[in-house]
Design a protein around this ligand. Sequence first.
Ligand SMILES: O=C(O)CCC(=O)C(=O)O
Length: 172
Amino acid sequence: MLDVANAYLRMWSKLEYIDVWYSVPQPKEASRVSSQLWHRDYNDKHLLKAFLYLVDVDEEMGPFQYVAGSHPGGPYKDAWPWKPLGQNYPTEGELEKRIPESAIQTFVGPRASLVFCNTSGFHRGGFSTTAPRVLATATYASPASLASLTERSYDFSGSLDELDTVTRFAVS
Ligand SMILES: O=C(O)CCC(=O)C(=O)O
């Protein structure tokens, strides 16, 4: 996964965040909150997130969704463009007025599906109305992001000496 991230970002990246999420099902009439709403991540102009589904995820379980072409450089880059610490959440309902439905990709899939995504483009997920959605996630970002806009979510407690140089750089 680190090799994929480094190839995509064209640099040695930092593993900034790792976690396992358990999305609690909500009533269908509940309002979406936080990352369940369309947004661009604040971390950096380019970053790569990985989402590993630990259960089968269908349409009702809050699949990850992405606006294809909303990454910097894409055809929808100018829709509420990414800015450092910018207003990255359009008002609810606005995005659908500006972006064709055909650009919205929905990632349903069986357990063990792995999605890589540049989340500086518009995305949302986690609004399950049936069963819990469980996934593991990792964020890879530039050293500049870690120095200025973001924080590590973990402490690496292993022996750095046992790691190859690129991995050592990612976790230290
Ligand atoms: O839970 C999801 O599928 C979306 C996650 C998300 O928006 C994020 O990691 O920034």
